[in-house]
Design a protein around this ligand. Structure first.
Ligand SMILES: Cc1ncc(COP(=O)(O)O)c(C=O)c1O
Length: 400
């Protein structure tokens, strides 16, 4: 080769999404004809409910196939405002919303609008894989707050305070959490809010799993705690997880108006509007009766109970209670440093790769979430897949 297009340092140093990488490996094995029990992906196995698909078809038929306002259609913004008012008593106006190509894009807009070189962003670990890379792309420095399994992977106000410097600008709050399923209660959130207010932090509150809450747990949306929090919170949500709409790519932010205006301008230069048809589908999702959400939640709840039981029955594995989302994050430390099927396994990455190779079960290594010694299994897979997958995980561990 005589010429190679040079790649920028910033993109060279970018780590690909580990969850997508594991799911690509699982697909590769599937394409060789083997059945793979895939617990790696963070997406509901349900198809998008028919009334939402029909709204998209109707949108196409009625000509909603052109550019929309870059920050989204007014009808959808209004529906989002109404939903937050009804569900959480939160009063926002439509100028505070930017609708984007999925919640990941919303997070990207929020970070690029507020974070620059020299800014530190506090992130509790285990964290969702994209926060770190997006902060680095913006020139910011991620500062890790190490949480403990013994405290259900919850960060405490004291831990946040310890990490604060003159350069601290933002705190990431993912509630319920991907990858652990941890859910903060009101008191814990109040303690976090208190530090944020005293230390002048912006909060990026990622609440994409707010409708997937189990048992007697109660979800509290962060800005409901205190009016002063709304000035410093960028709230993230979307339709991907609640309505089984991962492929439609609709997410949004609530933020102070000046931030929303700038995020809208950023988006207008980078991507223009999110897909017009998807916006009409999201409008239907939010405004139609919510029975489909309740049905999916029931199924997730049954799977969550099943997965928790199986994990705690397998030799040496443990995981804290999953209050929300659809992930179990289990401890494999007892098994590291041992041989599985003749192969030495010292890291969560090796564990996941061998589990996939030897038992065709796809999971994601804890190290991808900044937490070695753990494995994430998604229970957004049907119960038969979960049963076989956990039989195989038990076999992998107990008959090695
Ligand atoms: C915590 C968290 N935030 C944001 C996203 C992104 O959602 P979307 O598919 O709408 O971009 C995900 C998806 O996995 C997630 O788990």
């Amino acid at each position: 080769m005589s010429f190679e297009i040079p790649i920028t340092k910033i993109v060279k140093n970018l780590s690909p999404s580990a969850t997508l990488a594991m799911s690509a490996k699982a697909k590769e094995i599937k394409s060789s004809g083997k059945t793979v029990y895939d617990l790696s992906v963070g997406e509901p196995d349900f198809v998008t409910p028919p009334h939402i698909c029909n709204a998209a078809i109707e949108a196409m038929k009625t000509g909603h196939t052109k550019y929309t306002a870059a920050s989204g259609i007014p009808e959808l913004k209004k529906a989002i405002v109404e939903k937050y008012k009804t569900d959480y008593g939160l009063e926002y106006n439509t100028n505070q919303i930017v609708i984007s190509n999925g919640a990941k894009h919303s997070i990207r807009n929020a970070i690029f609008t507020t974070i620059e070189i020299g800014n530190e962003v506090l992130i509790p670990t285990p964290y969702w894989v994209s926060y770190i890379e997006l902060i680095r792309l913006a020139g910011g420095s991620p500062v890790i707050i190490q949480t403990e399994e013994s405290n259900n992977f919850k960060m405490t106000a004291a831990q946040i305070e310890k990490k604060i410097t003159l350069h601290s600008k933002m705190l990431i709050l993912c509630n319920p959490s991907n990858p652990t399923g941890m859910l903060y209660n009101k008191n814990e959130l109040e303690a976090i809010a208190d530090v944020a207010l005293r230390k002048n932090l912006i909060i990026l509150a990622d609440e994409i799993y707010d409708k997937l809450i189990y048992g007697n747990n109660k979800f509290v949306s962060f800005p409901t705690l205190n009016n002063a929090l709304r000035e410093r919170t960028i709230l993230i949500n979307g339709v991907s997880k609640t309505y089984a709409m991962t492929g439609w790519r609709i997410g949004w932010t609530f933020s102070p108006e000046n931030i929303a205006k700038k995020m809208g301008e950023l988006q207008s230069q980078e991507t223009s509007n999110p897909c017009s048809i998807s916006q009409y589908a999201a409008l239907e999702a939010l405004t139609a009766p919510q029975d489909c959400v309740a049905e999916m939640l029931n199924a997730f709840s049954e799977r969550r109970n099943y997965v928790a039981k199986r994990i705690n029955e397998i030799d040496g594995l443990s995981c804290p209670e999953m209050g929300g989302a659809f992930y179990a994050f289990f401890n494999i430390q007892k098994h590291l440093g041992k041989k599985f099927g003749g192969v030495q396994i010292d890291t969560s990455e090796q564990f996941c790769l061998e589990l996939l190779k030897q038992k065709q079960v796809a999971t994601v290594m804890g190290s991808a979430f900044g937490c070695e010694g753990y494995v994430r299994a998604s229970f957004a897979a049907n119960i038969d897949v979960l049963k076989t997958a956990f039989d195989r995980i038990a076999d992998f561990i107990e008959n090695r």
